[in-house]
Design a protein around this ligand. Structure first.
Ligand code: GDP
Length: 472
């Protein structure tokens, strides 16, 4: 109706135009930007958006190539529980792999930067695990440049190992494998490499493209070599940032400290953050009163790929929120107000989600080229069969990607991956856990449950053709 009034045409015409492009709408339904563009065009109007999206208000300008300088890679360690993530991060933090400053890093702030003998730097996210990684990504923060996937050589490639690999792949983050616990007599790194090869991850010494390093996180064997390989990977990414601009980055952790008020760890992705800057993150803001690095030293500024805890925010933002530096507190307050209002309106829904009903509509609108699905099932055979059939539904216009599949109940980690990758979850003979169901509801992730493979395939197919029967 609003759109019809603006264009001065009968509302029935707007509705029938919507129907002609496959969208059933009611008179007071809100349309998304894409649809508005399309409908307006039909009536000969051009659309212009005036700060409709709050995020636009803080969108930053592009950097000129000549302002860019190399920055350190940001690395996350992921893998199955007990395979040695914490041990590896601790070892790197505590030992003299790091030039000079042995034992210098005393604080756990969620991220730390190390200098290698060669003088080069790496920033580690000290919140290991793909759950944290994907939760952050779901909030719009692609914080990690490279993932180390750690696998214990005295064990097998475990479900969580596969999950971690899929989460890294879904994010498009290059992987370096660390085959750990080689000090153990039972260690058999070749068996792990064989397992990886079976998953189509051929490691370098077997003629493949994936770098891998045998290590002992406990004894420190191979860790230096591992870091060299990470740096090699980083070189290929040609990571750059402009230190001479207002900072942007991500919130890594945040908490309320009795004496100090709200404390947040920030990781700068571009620009330089200074004490005195006005930081806006999610629905919180404040002037940076003080900053401390991972060595608990007071610092005045931090640059790209550096992390620090900051004091001065008026609340605790969520990990994964992006932050921006604003010119005035008033501007920051206005944006947080708008964001709060938007969140209320959308029922706390903060990201754009995809449901199966939405698939056909988006295909009809064009420009929608990939349908990501996560397949969970009760037995391996049916998961493979279902995944294969879904992939075969791909057409010239749209590719169906199975970004993750696995045996077992639908978990929170699956929902987080779906939210981060705009994917639909298909459960075959399995159900979501209570917490996963709740999370899916909150984040608007579509979970579809089937007990017959044919039904699952038919429904996805109809959705792709824009003919999904309405849910009853
Ligand atoms: P996480 O769950 O992946 O963080 O694993 P941890 O780092 O907590 O390690 C799990 C267990 O494996 C601990 O008891 C570690 O001491 C042990 N561990 C980790 N790395 C090594 C290693 O290289 N060699 C040996 N022998 N034990 C290790």
């Amino acid at each position: 109706n609003e759109l019809a009034v603006m264009m001065d045409v009968p509302v029935t015409q707007v509705i029938s135009t919507c129907m002609s492009i496959g969208i059933m709408v009611s008179i007071n339904q809100r349309l998304d930007a894409e649809t508005i563009n399309l409908v307006a065009e039909e009536f000969g109007f051009k659309t212009e958006y005036v700060s409709a999206e709050v995020s636009e208000a803080v969108n930053e300008e592009e950097d000129d190539e000549e302002d860019l300088v190399p920055r350190a890679p940001i690395v996350t360690v992921m893998g199955h529980v007990d395979h040695g993530k914490t041990s590896l991060l601790d070892y790197i933090r505590k030992t003299n792999v790091i030039a000079g400053e042995a034992g210098g890093i005393t604080q756990h702030i969620g991220a730390y930067n190390v200098t290698l003998e060669s003088g080069r730097h790496i920033t580690f996210l000290d919140t290991p695990g793909h759950e944290a990684f994907t939760a952050m990504r779901a909030r719009g923060a692609q914080v990690t440049d490279i993932a180390i996937i750690i696998i214990a050589a005295d064990d097998d490639i475990m479900p969580q190992t596969k999950e971690a690999i899929n989460h890294a792949m879904a994010a498009g983050v290059p992987i370096v494998f660390a085959i750990n616990k080689v000090d153990k007599p039972a260690a058999n790194p070749d068996k792990i490499k064989e397992g990886l090869a079976a998953m189509n991850f051929l490691v370098e010494d077997w003629g493949g493209k994936y770098q891998s390093q045998d290590i002992s996180a406990k004894k420190g064997i191979g860790v230096e070599e591992l870091l060299e390989k990470v740096l090699l990977e980083a070189e290929m990414l040609d990571l750059k940032a402009n230190p001479n601009r207002k900072a942007t980055g991500s919130i890594i952790e945040s908490s309320l400290d009795k004496g100090r008020g709200y404390v947040a760890t920030v990781l700068v992705s571009n620009g330089t953050l200074h004490v005195g800057d006005i930081v806006l993150a999610g629905t919180n803001y404040g002037r940076v009163k003080a900053m401390f690095n991972e060595r608990n030293q007071r610092v005045k500024e931090i640059g790209p790929a550096q992390a620090a805890t900051i004091l001065g925010l008026n609340g605790a933002p969520t990990a994964g929120d992006t932050f921006h530096v604003m010119d005035t507190e008033q501007e920051a307050r206005e944006i947080t107000n708008k964001r709060e209002q938007l969140q209320r309106e959308q029922g706390l829904r903060t990201q754009k989600i995809l449901t199966l009903d939405e698939v056909g509509r988006r295909i009809a609108l064009g420009g929608f080229q990939e349908l990501n699905v996560i397949v969970k099932g009760d037995v391996d055979g049916s998961i493979e069969a279902l995944s294969d059939s879904l992939i075969k539904l791909s057409t010239e216009k749209i590719a169906v990607n199975v970004i993750h599949k696995g045996v077992g109940q639908i978990s929170e980690s699956d929902v987080a991956l779906a939210a981060a990758s705009e994917a639909i979850i298909i459960g075959f003979q399995v159900r979501p856990s209570a917490s996963a169901r709740k999370m899916a509801e909150q984040q608007g992730v579509d979970i579809r449950l089937y007990s017959i493979i044919y039904d699952a395939i038919e429904e996805v197919k109809s959705a792709m053709e824009g003919m999904l029967a309405p849910e009853v």
